[in-house]
Design a protein around this ligand. Structure first.
Ligand code: NIG
Ligand code: ZN
Length: 417
């Protein structure tokens, strides 16, 4: 592979800082910016990041070997990381979108057998090949929006066979698609219709049948639960997450999305790596998360799409909770693959600063899925997951919203956009 030399970026955002862990408080504003920045990439890795002047001293002799990219007037950042998606699914739910606009709520639709249940039926029916094809299209769209690492959940199977099918599709996609797809088991996304009235039996089924099989095939890194009124109680969620821990699955929790339910408190108690949504998280829950170091994974596109008030990111950042952001890409409450839009919304709806939004979509997002050694940062020796944006600064990236400013994307040093 020919080396790549990106020169003269008006801002090269490296995300390098002295913070040893996920960024909290003012650390979220430390972007490690190099003005007139330059990058030498070789064999899929970043070899050197510095000013153009520095790299000219070190690499001019080798310039003829390299593909040279003139990034004058443009911004370079790490590839974006999406730490929370439901990207593998069958079918679509545009009918529900109309119903919600006419006044039905997300939970009313789900409790009436639609929502997650509707996607579950369509995912059970879909073949592995169909899921592969549909998900590949969505991953291509992520890449076009500057996203190079994506977490993906099962949870539309709600039976062992289809949960495993979703996870196997993710495994296959990791072999066929440039994006790194980090798998999460989420058998506890809803109680399937056939277990209605026997919710605890379904919990036992997840624990005794699904989790051991997922672990045996080594199909997931995380175990996630939708802890919500009329879905899984905090007690049931705790049982499932503790059972997963015994098999090496790290807990995540969909917490306090629709109603306050002490989900943030539970995330801290079980040592979850992240808690998701948190629109209705209590102050106690937020402080417990700060103490346990649990990352808040906030989903402002979902709040917008459901016409809900977004999570209180300011309160969380001020309390010392590390914040990440995500699309929540799913067919019901957030059918989008645009992390740039999510960064815009983090600023507009949650009053995060442009710098905080970028930290949340790169380094903190990487920490939220255990990929901090591989993604979310530009540094010597790391994967060359790089985005070139057709704007001169990160401030412009967040300011001109709803626009895809991506000019080029490299994943492990290979250009795909
Ligand atoms: N809230 C629970 N799960 C997903 C939505 C899934 C769906 O509606 O299909 C979420 O994170 O938003
Ligand atoms: Zn989700």
């Amino acid at each position: 592979m020919m080396p790549i030399w990106i020169k003269h970026a008006s801002q090269l955002v490296t995300m390098i800082s002295s913070a040893p862990g996920p960024r909290t408080g003012s650390e979220m504003s430390e972007l490690g910016i190099i003005e007139d920045g330059s990058l030498w990439i070789e064999d899929g890795k970043v070899i050197r990041a510095g000013t153009t002047e520095q790299l000219e001293q070190e690499f001019t002799e080798r310039a003829s070997e390299a593909e040279i990219i003139d990034a004058k007037g443009q911004l370079v950042t790490p590839g974006l990381v999406d730490p929370h998606t439901h990207v593998v699914y069958g079918g679509t739910r545009e009918v529900e979108f109309e119903k919600r606009l006419e006044g039905a709520s997300y939970m009313e639709i789900m409790n009436a057998g639609g929502g997650i249940h509707a996607t579950s039926s369509m995912t059970r029916e879909a073949t592995e090949k169909e899921l592969l094809e549909q998900t590949t299209k969505r991953l291509n769209s992520f890449l076009k929006h500057g996203v190079t690492t994506v977490e993906g959940k099962s949870g539309y199977g709600l039976n062992t066979e289809t949960e495993l099918k979703q996870l196997r599709v993710m495994k296959k996609l990791n072999e066929t698609h440039p994006i790194d797809l980090i798998p999460t088991f989420m058998g506890a996304h809803a109680v399937p219709k056939e277990y209605k009235g026997r919710e605890d039996e379904y919990v036992t089924h997840i624990i005794e049948d699904m989790i051991p099989k997922v672990a045996e095939e080594n199909l997931a890194r995380f175990n996630d639960v939708f802890c919500e009124k009329n879905v899984f109680t905090p007690e049931q969620s705790e049982r499932i997450l503790e059972a997963g821990k015994a098999y090496g699955l790290i807990p995540k929790i969909h917490a306090d999305e629709i109603e306050p339910y002490k989900g943030a408190e539970l995330a801290a108690k079980v040592g979850a790596i992240s808690a998701e949504h948190l629109l209705k998280a209590s102050d106690e829950g937020i402080h417990a998360m700060a103490d346990s170091g649990t990352i808040a994974c906030l989903l402002p596109a979902t709040a917008l799409y459901l016409r809900e008030e977004a999570a209180n990111a300011r309160k969380m950042i001020d309390a010392g909770v590390p914040v990440a952001i995500s699309t929540d890409c799913n067919p019901g409450s957030s059918p989008t693959t645009s992390m740039p839009l999510v960064m815009n919304l983090a600023c507009i709806l949650m009053r995060m600063t442009p710098a905080e939004a970028l930290s949340a979509a790169t380094i903190n997002a990487a920490w939220a899925i255990g990929e901090e050694q591989n993604a979310g940062i530009i540094d010597a020796g790391r994967n060359a997951d790089i985005v070139l944006w057709d704007v001169p600064s990160y401030q412009m990236l967040q300011y001109a919203f709803g626009v895809n400013h991506v000019k080029a994307v490299w994943k492990k040093g290979v250009r795909f956009v």
